[in-house]
Ligand binder design. Structure first.
Ligand SMILES: Cc1cc2nc3c(=O)[nH]c(=O)nc-3n(C[C@H](O)[C@H](O)[C@H](O)COP(=O)(O)OP(=O)(O)OC[C@H]3O[C@@H](n4cnc5c(N)ncnc54)[C@H](O)[C@@H]3O)c2cc1C
Ligand SMILES: NC(=O)C1=CN([C@@H]2O[C@H](COP(=O)(O)OP(=O)(O)OC[C@H]3O[C@@H](n4cnc5c(N)ncnc54)[C@H](OP(=O)(O)O)[C@@H]3O)[C@@H](O)[C@H]2O)C=CC1
Ligand SMILES: CC(C)=CCC[C@@H](C)[C@H]1CC[C@H]2C3=C(CC[C@]12C)[C@@]1(C)CC[C@H](O)C[C@@H]1CC3
Length: 499
């Protein structure tokens, strides 16, 4: 008993010892294994994909005989999912193993890549870049899966141009409740195609996704612009997101309520007069958010070339800024040069190995969430988040929302520019209480905004249905006989389901 509590004490107060000396080496071993695994299984043939498909279908048909009243979800365990929450529903729903994670084909003629949903960004992007391609919205965390990004939602610094991740997808293969395979695209089963994004696996199981490809270039020419006052940040952000010609990437990091750094980037192959290439992905390089912050010290506009892959995964090493709570000295040059090559820590392993006390401490004293709001409410929202949470840095990522009939779309009949506001860290207000999140969600609802659901919600079902348009979704659920076979989205994202 005593030794258990000593271990608990050490794990809570000196988590870095466990992370640095055990978890990071495990991650490296895992990486070595995955390089070996990759060379064996990365590129599937169509035949293997067919085999994988029938494996999923067999399981569904088996369940339909064995437990027709038990609703289904994927068997992907909670600890592998990119969220701090545990999915309580996995325990009582019927788990279907949708273990498909290969690349089915890369088609340069149609400029599409067909992948299975379990493939991660960290595996897909390097393979595409090697072949001279990339995807329009490449997410910044290596372990995010394509299935999770379609069924949940994903956005990145190119979303002001291309929209949410699913808007770059052109075809889905979906296995429905009775085990049938249906193909959905803009021209085939168009209504189902529109309902799938954000449906959290509640219409069927995805088995393949076609994603558009665009030619990859060598670098991103990135400009850093320090800005004072929220008003100026808001107005400059509006200007830069409208300049689609010059800006392939737009991102803002806010460091305190008056100062931020706006970054705009352009993909380029460079030319002979490239002055400086900053290979930020190298193990000894400072954490990206710290590098960006340094432009507030000099207060000068900066410009540099960053290799494309390094740019994409710029927030992966420090997990935005979350890793500083676990390894406080992780950005110190001594650590970077000696042990930086072990980074980044694998989120799944951090999650798998956290003790109940760590989990409770995070639940009580930590905040991880994202809100999607109209761009014109940047100042107002940041002021509100400052008063209620006082967490910095704040991640601001513009994204265009298009009109449509799916769960999340522009409320108008035209495209609308929104921003994702990401708040990750320990609230610095004196009276922080996690239930305050509900007030924030209502604030966002009133501004006609949305919440990213990976973290769960305190909204009740009616408020949730006001935030997300369920009209087409309800109809499709009825057409696909989902009622007794799949839960509703709300059943998967409310606070009792995600603990
Ligand atoms: C010490 C340690 C270090 C590790 N380090 C790394 C690392 O650095 N990099 C890395 O990539 N991994 C790492 N891992 C994870 C490791 O790679 C995987 O756990 C291992 O490779 C098994 O993966 P698998 O794909 O064979 O999954 P399995 O063990 O076959 O599957 C695990 C579960 O996930 C479900 N599942 C898997 N894929 C899907 C999907 N696409 N859709 C739905 N459900 C799915 C399966 O149904 C099953 O229930 C590490 C694991 C350990 C224990
Ligand atoms: N930059 C960004 O945009 C970021 C986004 N995120 C969030 O992370 C999540 C993605 O994380 P990830 O770990 O990849 O995914 P998850 O395992 O969290 O899956 C997300 C949802 O997608 C469903 N799903 C996944 N694959 C399939 C499939 N093949 N068929 C049917 N449903 C499926 C899951 O269903 P089930 O519940 O049945 O398992 C789950 O409800 C998203 O919710 C995203 O919003 C997180 C960090 C950054
Ligand atoms: C860019 C967007 C939209 C979201 C980024 C969210 C990430 C910052 C979080 C997603 C999963 C989170 C987890 C942790 C930190 C923050 C995320 C990476 C932990 C590693 C924090 C420490 C805990 O013990 C485990 C967490 C797992 C999930």
């Amino acid at each position: 008993m005593r030794s258990e509590s000593l271990l608990e004490y050490l794990l809570v107060n000196f988590r870095w010892v466990f992370v640095v000396f055990f978890l990071l080496p495990c991650t490296v071993l895992g990486k070595i294994w995955s390089v070996f695994e990759k060379s064996l299984w990365s590129r599937h043939t169509g035949l293997e994909h067919e085999k994988n498909l029938s494996h999923v279908q067999r399981q569904i048909r088996h369940r339909n005989k064995l437990a027709p009243d038990q609703v289904m979800c994927t068997a992907r365990p909670s600890w592998r999912s990119m969220t701090i929450a545990d999915m309580a529903y996995k325990k009582y729903m019927f788990n279907i193993d949708v273990h498909l994670d290969g690349i089915v084909s890369i088609n340069a003629k149609t400029r599409t890549v067909r992948v299975e949903p379990g493939i991660t960004m960290g595996r897909l992007i390097p393979i595409l870049i090697e072949s001279g391609w990339t995807v329009p919205v490449a997410l910044d965390m290596e372990d995010l899966t394509i299935g999770g990004l379609v069924m949940g939602t994903g956005l990145e610094s190119s979303s002001h141009k291309f929209g949410l991740f699913h808007e770059t997808c052109t075809r889905y293969e979906l296995i429905t409740a009775n085990g049938d395979l249906i193909i959905c695209s803009k021209s085939e089963n168009a209504d189902i195609f529109e309902s799938i994004p954000y449906s959290y696996g509640t219409l069927g199981f995805l088995t393949a996704v076609d994603i558009q490809m665009i030619p990859a270039k060598k670098y991103v020419k990135l400009k850093y612009r320090p800005i004072r006052t929220l008003e100026k940040m808001e107005s400059r952000l509006i200007v830069e997101t409208n300049d689609l010609e010059n800006n392939d990437f737009v991102e803002l990091l806010i460091y305190n309520k008056d100062e931020g750094v706006l970054m705009t980037g352009k993909m380029t192959d460079g030319n002979r007069d490239i002055k400086y290439v900053n290979r930020i992905g190298r193990f000894y390089k400072p954490w990206f958010f710290k590098h960006v912050e340094s432009f507030l010290m000099t207060w000068k506009i900066g410009e540099e070339y960053i290799p494309l892959k390094d740019y994409y995964f710029r927030h992966n090493k420090p997990l935005f800024w979350e890793i500083q709570d676990i390894i406080p000295f992780g950005n110190h040059p001594v650590f970077r040069y000696l042990l930086g090559w072990l980074m980044p820590a694998k989120v799944a392993l951090l999650k798998l190995t956290q003790t109940d006390t760590i989990k409770q401490l995070y639940a009580k004293h930590h905040f991880i969430d994202d809100f999607i709001l109209p761009i014109s409410s940047l100042k107002k929202s940041v002021q509100q988040f400052h008063a209620i949470l006082n967490i910095y840095p704040i991640w601001v990522c513009p994204t265009v929302l298009r009109p449509g009939k799916g769960l999340m779309h522009s409320p108008a009949t035209v495209n609308n520019m929104y921003i994702d506001i990401g708040l990750y860290g320990e609230p610095k207000v004196s009276k922080y209480n996690p239930t305050i999140l509900r007030d924030l969600e209502i604030f966002v609802l009133k501004l006609k905004g949305f919440k990213m659901m990976y973290a769960g919600t305190y909204l009740n079902i009616d408020e949730f249905r006001t935030m997300f348009d369920h009209r087409l979704y309800d109809q499709i659920r009825q057409n696909l006989s989902c009622k007794s076979n799949f839960p509703e989205v709300y059943d998967k994202v409310n606070r009792e389901a995600r603990i």
